[in-house]
Ligand binder design. Structure first.
Ligand SMILES: *Cc1c(COP(=O)(O)O)cnc(C)c1O
Length: 457
């Protein structure tokens, strides 16, 4: 067997006579002791990065020990078994009703929503609701339904391109530029037509952490309606920002206070502060979700309404979200998000002062910010090199190109999550300063070979 096809087992952990190498890609013929199997899985997992220093991900990596206990208590719950676990199902309803209120729905008890496996699934459901509503209206008017399109910024998260690809919707991407760094309503009329099922606005653009001005987009759509009669709804992708803005920017109108906002999603596992595997979507009122998207499944002795792409999925994360809502309340969420933002602002100020960089954003929207190398600073190195140098100290700080029409701009980004405190932030600033000085001392170009592979959103 060639070495790359086997996993070696330390003989100390194997029973005498037990195989000390297992095949990587074939199920073993026989059994092995649970301790040995545990050791193999555990050791491979240990080689993953250190999550505290992973400044690339938005996803939660820490919960307190009570949450850990609840998680262990509920790992066996299947969310689809609403008949078996009616209380878990009730708690799911409570959670999205709380979100409806947090997002200023006019009548939170008459909204409709659901949990999902992440924002990706939540976005798919919201996009499908747009497509279905548009189809129903078009059919009722005797018009064709074969060419739907969805309008959004070129800086959308990949899920929206997936949605358009999987459900046969044309993705109309409005390119960002130096003047229009987000979708801001500018020139929207040239993208919207009778086949537009909706517009996506992002609260917390993944590339840069900035909010898109949902109110300006809504106003632009108001003007389009006055001129053309087209009534185009907005979905807000608040994967991260919908759990930041209510606590840190409560005066900002981005949510159901704007009538044009039909639906909002968020990732419970991002700034909702829950372990991976949880998203939410809420519609401002029940009538905006086409009834034909809800399945009534006869299962395990009852009839279960199902609005989801999955059938079975874990229920534990929903309980963990409820735990966080109870545990933290509005003031606790405010405190956690504010401290992440303070750290982000501190880091952004420090990086801005180093002289080598221009901040693209400063962490004052979501606690995420990006910077680029100052024009003319150096020909010898770039942000990919800095990313590599920081990797050597364990920090994962990705560099990547911006989307169209700014694909020639490279930025580097930090996502501040609960757990990156001021002390760690100081260490990180020192390391960035030190590595920047190191790179600035180079007298020739940094060799490009062996650079880390590109970062994927
Ligand atoms: C993270 C993110 C998503 C995808 O969310 P998941 O919860 O990872 O599925 C979608 N949109 C935006 C803006 C995001 O930041």
């Amino acid at each position: 067997m060639s070495q790359e096809h086997v996993v070696a087992v330390n003989p100390v952990f194997a029973r005498p006579g037990e195989a000390i190498a297992v095949e990587r890609f074939r199920m073993p013929i026989g059994e092995m002791l649970p301790e040995t199997a545990y050791r193999i899985v555990h050791d491979e997992m240990m080689l993953d990065g250190n999550s505290r220093q992973n400044l690339a991900t938005f996803v939660g990596t820490w919960m307190d020990e009570h949450a850990d206990r609840l998680y262990a208590d509920s790992v066996d719950k299947n969310m689809i078994d609403k008949d078996e676990y009616p209380h878990t199902a009730t708690i799911e309803d409570r959670c999205w009703k709380m979100l409806a209120e947090l997002w200023n729905a006019p009548d939170p008890l008459h909204t409709i929503g659901t949990s999902a496996i992440g924002s990706s699934e939540a976005c798919m459901l919201a996009g499908l609701a747009f497509k279905r509503r548009w189809q129903h209206a078009r059919r009722a008017a005797g018009k064709p339904t074969d060419r739907p399109n969805l309008v959004m910024s070129s800086a959308v998260q990949v899920v929206w391109e997936k949605f358009c690809n999987y459900w046969d919707v044309e993705a109309r991407l409005v390119p960002i530029s130096e003047e229009h760094r987000t979708l801001d309503g500018h020139d929207l009329a040239s993208y919207v037509d009778e086949n537009t099922i909706g517009v996506v606005a992002i609260m917390g653009v993944t590339y840069t952490g900035v909010y898109e001005p949902v109110r300006e987009i809504a106003r632009a759509l108001d003007r389009i309606q006055q001129d053309t009669g087209l009534d185009v709804p907005i979905h807000v992708d608040g994967a991260s920002g919908a759990m930041i803005a209510p606590f840190l920017h409560s005066d900002l109108e981005w949510d159901f206070r704007l009538e044009r906002v039909h639906s909002i999603n968020t990732s419970g596992h991002k700034y909702g502060l829950v372990y991976p595997g949880l998203g939410w979507v809420v519609w401002r009122s029940a009538d905006l979700l086409p009834e034909d998207m809800i399945f009534r499944v006869s299962y395990l002795g009852g009839v279960t309404p199902s609005l989801a792409l999955n059938f079975s999925r874990p229920g534990a994360q929903v309980l963990l979200q409820y735990y966080q809502f109870l545990r933290l309340g509005r003031s606790g969420y405010h405190a956690v998000q504010k401290s992440s933002q303070d750290v982000a602002r501190h880091l952004a100020d420090g990086i801005g002062e180093m002289g080598a960089f221009d901040l693209w954003s400063d962490g004052s929207d979501i606690p995420v910010f990006a910077w680029r190398l100052k024009a003319g600073h150096t020909e010898n190195w770039n942000l990919y090199d800095l990313s590599d140098r920081l990797r050597m100290k364990g920090w994962q700080v990705p560099a990547y190109p911006m989307p169209d029409n700014l694909a020639d701009v490279t930025v580097q980004r930090i996502v501040v999550r609960n757990g990156l405190g001021m002390d760690l932030a100081r260490d990180l600033l020192d390391d960035i300063r030190e590595e920047t000085t190191f790179l600035d001392r180079l007298t020739g170009p940094m060799p490009t070979e062996g650079r880390a592979p590109g970062f994927h959103h």
